[in-house]
Write a protein that binds this ligand. Structure first.
Ligand SMILES: [Zn+2]
Ligand SMILES: [Zn+2]
Length: 341
């Protein structure tokens, strides 16, 4: 089968590799679309803290079940499915407590094992979520980031009625904005890039330009000057990270969701000064992945605008161009690779 194979830092090509063989309890999935994610770029550059090259990228898995062994959740050959890509060890302290998403030895399909930038991938049958509605393929392919967004909203303790700020309108920022609104929050999206801000506006959000805009006006117009109840930091930028304590209110919650690793002079005392809570978040427990997919389908059925979330669809053999677009920030939102083109 064809796969976009990264065999060294910043060296990727399309190769013919052998098909994955689904073992007991696993399914073989024919990929329809693979989502391109920021963490794929970290991998492509050979900078991921735990995963090593070579590998076929792609942890945002959506396709059709072609073979299945040991079905336990009613999924059959021919079903459209999203596959949760986490491979937890099952025996470490975190796993024993039921938190496999923060497993000390967490492995992920598409980072540690060959992933979805390919015609086929294998995944555990217990990790599959069947797509039940007539949601179009290109939107169903957003299952994985919707799982991320569901988990971050749960971590941010959204219950409805909060003022929520999303810093950064990249794909995950905009999807988090859609999810936070579905949780009942009043959402504002902050983004300096005009193209990405326009995507947020097409999705129906009020936006803020953190370079030209005035923070004081933003706060007085949205929260009576008090600050946001919840601030989701999805930019990973220094300016974004440093603005979180200013824009979050007293006793508010800050959720950093960009896995930025560059050190920033963040003053923890400012968190104490306002008695804020900073909450970490990493991928998702399977339940939240599943709930995220269900929410995606429900929003589609309800007619919520979702189309702007997918800005580019490229054939699999143009995976290099997709990666370059991510690096150069040319994409207005999510890029999908079409494995059947
Ligand atoms: Zn991702
Ligand atoms: Zn573990």
């Amino acid at each position: 089968m064809k796969a976009a194979y990264v065999y060294g830092p910043e060296t990727m090509d399309i190769r013919d590799i052998s098909m994955p063989i689904a073992g007991r309890g696993e399914a073989l999935i024919e990929i329809i679309y693979a989502g391109v994610c920021g963490s794929d770029i970290t991998m492509y550059r050979g900078q991921h803290p735990t995963a090593k090259l070579p590998v076929v990228l792609g942890h945002e898995i959506f396709g059709i079940v072609r073979e299945i062994s040991g079905g336990i959740n009613g999924i059959r050959v021919g079903d459209r499915v999203a596959a949760e890509p986490l491979l937890s060890c099952g025996v470490c302290e975190a796993c024993m407590q039921g938190f496999g998403n923060v497993c000390g030895k967490l492995r992920i399909i598409g980072l540690h094992e060959n992933g979805a930038y390919a015609q086929y991938v294998k995944a555990g049958v217990d990790k599959l979520v069947k797509i039940n509605t007539d949601i179009p393929d290109k939107l169903a392919a957003l299952a994985e980031p919707f799982g991320v967004a569901y988990h971050v909203c749960m971590r941010g303790n959204l219950r409805g009625g909060e003022d929520a700020l999303i810093i950064g309108a990249g794909p995950i920022g905009n999807i988090t904005a859609v999810m936070a609104r579905a949780f009942g929050a009043n959402v504002v999206v902050s983004e300096p890039n005009q193209i990405r801000r326009a995507t947020a506006e097409k999705l129906g959000f009020c936006t803020f330009d953190p370079v030209c805009g005035d923070e004081g006006t933003l706060l007085s117009e949205t929260s009576g000057g008090a600050g946001f109840d919840v601030v989701f930091e999805a930019s990973g930028s220094k300016a974004g990270i440093l603005s979180t304590t200013r824009l979050c209110k007293i006793h508010g919650v800050i959720v950093p969701l960009a896995l930025a690793s560059a050190p920033v002079d963040f003053v923890l005392g400012q968190v104490s000064f306002k008695e804020q809570t900073v909450v970490g978040t990493r991928v998702y427990p399977f339940l939240h992945y599943k709930r995220g997919v269900e929410m995606l389908e429900r929003l589609y059925t309800d007619g919520v605008p979702l189309d702007p979330l997918v800005s580019d669809i490229l054939p699999l053999h143009e995976a290099q161009r997709a990666v370059d677009m991510m690096i150069n920030g040319e994409n207005a939102c999510k890029i999908l690779l079409d494995a059947r083109a």
